[in-house]
Design a protein around this ligand. Structure first.
Ligand SMILES: [Zn+2]
Length: 350
């Protein structure tokens, strides 16, 4: 490790360079009233054998997203080192305080871990954790797969996702990895406040990055677990860490994933006021510009009519509204369209 890397307060029980299977914890200090020398233990399994790339699988960056932690935990218990060529680093519940609290944000410092990158070793708990991942794990990594869902805030059409990458080589390799993962959709997008995400940290290091949205609405999506488990095995096969060919056949008979993009900011619909949002469509529905996306109800006011909210773009609903009660400015729908490389380059905001 280069000497200029800032020291972390987090200690790893596992040696990333040791062959075979290691299961243990990342030990992060957390002083509290009842335990001045208390630590938070973050489960980690590393399987290393032979020669090949290093794949990082992370789940539980947000604590209320379940499919990734289930899929990665299952793989971490079952992956046979003798079948591996390379190294697989599995962290199924990275943000363990939030996972145990069943919340998106960390109960320790109130932060969204996925808005803390590249982090700070002397910062809050989430900033310290982000720094450890960025500075001490990512330098080992060739491919990062970060499994998310839409948590309690939305419901997602089952998908992998990636940013538009200006370098055509890494863009094509990422699109190919998404095809290998084999979710129903792969979405090229630009989110809100993306620069502080794990994905952006991975990209800044020139590492191949793929995210997922495998459900949401605060429950375990059965099909999302299936796609997630199949997807991470497919990725290991695609990069020749495991033998075999990726299985990408879709429920509807399609041969593989459908590449999509969020074309522009008009694909996002924000609530124009606080209220009860009644959506018209579920994730995956086809919608048309001008159609009603939903109603905002004000049930606390007698006789006050609801506000109609309309789509500004035709396409397929990637993200559908989650909780009924929304605040002004909350995203209540995101629409995606078929991927178009030229249009994507025009929208590049990296
Ligand atoms: Zn998430």
């Amino acid at each position: 490790m280069a000497s200029e890397v800032a020291a972390s307060r987090i200690r790893s029980e596992v040696d990333f360079d040791k062959p075979g299977r290691q299961a243990g914890y990342l030990r992060a200090p957390l002083s509290r009233n009842t335990s001045g020398w208390g630590t938070v233990e973050i489960p980690i399994v590393v399987v290393k054998n032979g020669r090949g790339p290093t794949i990082l699988l992370t789940g539980g960056v947000h604590g209320d997203e379940y499919e990734g932690p289930i899929a990665i935990s299952r793989l971490a218990r079952s992956l046979d080192p003798a079948s591996v060529q390379g190294r697989v680093i599995m962290i199924p519940a990275l943000n363990i305080p939030a996972v145990l609290n069943d919340t998106r944000l960390s109960p320790v410092d109130g932060r969204d871990l996925n808005r803390c990158f590249p982090g700070d070793p002397r910062g809050t708990f989430s900033e310290m954790l982000a720094h450890f991942v960025d500075a001490w794990i990512l330098p080992h990594v060739d491919v990062s797969i970060d499994l998310h869902t839409a948590g309690h805030s939305m419901d997602a059409a089952l998908s992998t996702n990636m940013h538009y990458l200006p370098d055509p080589d890494i863009r094509q390799r990422t699109l190919a990895a998404a095809e290998a993962f084999g979710a129903p959709y792969n979405v090229v997008f630009w989110g809100v406040d993306e620069g502080a995400t794990l994905t952006s940290s991975v990209e800044r290091r020139g590492i191949l990055s793929l995210g997922t949205e495998l459900g949401g609405w605060g429950r375990v999506n059965v099909e999302g677990v299936r796609i997630g488990e199949r997807g991470i095995l497919n990725i290991l096969k695609h990069f020749d860490v495991l033998e075999g060919r990726p299985e990408t056949i879709q429920r509807d008979g399609a041969a593989g994933t459908r590449h999509m993009m969020v074309r522009d900011p008009d694909c996002y619909i924000f609530a124009p006021a606080g209220g009860l949002f009644e959506p018209c469509d579920l994730a995956g529905a086809e919608v048309y510009a001008g159609d009603r996306a939903g109603w905002l109800h004000f049930v606390e006011d007698v006789d006050r009519p609801p506000i109609e909210v309309h789509h500004r773009r035709s396409g397929i609903v990637w993200m559908a509204s989650g909780p009924g009660r929304v605040q002004r400015g909350d995203v209540v729908c995101v629409v995606m369209n078929d991927y178009d490389d030229a249009a994507a380059s025009m929208q590049d905001r990296s």
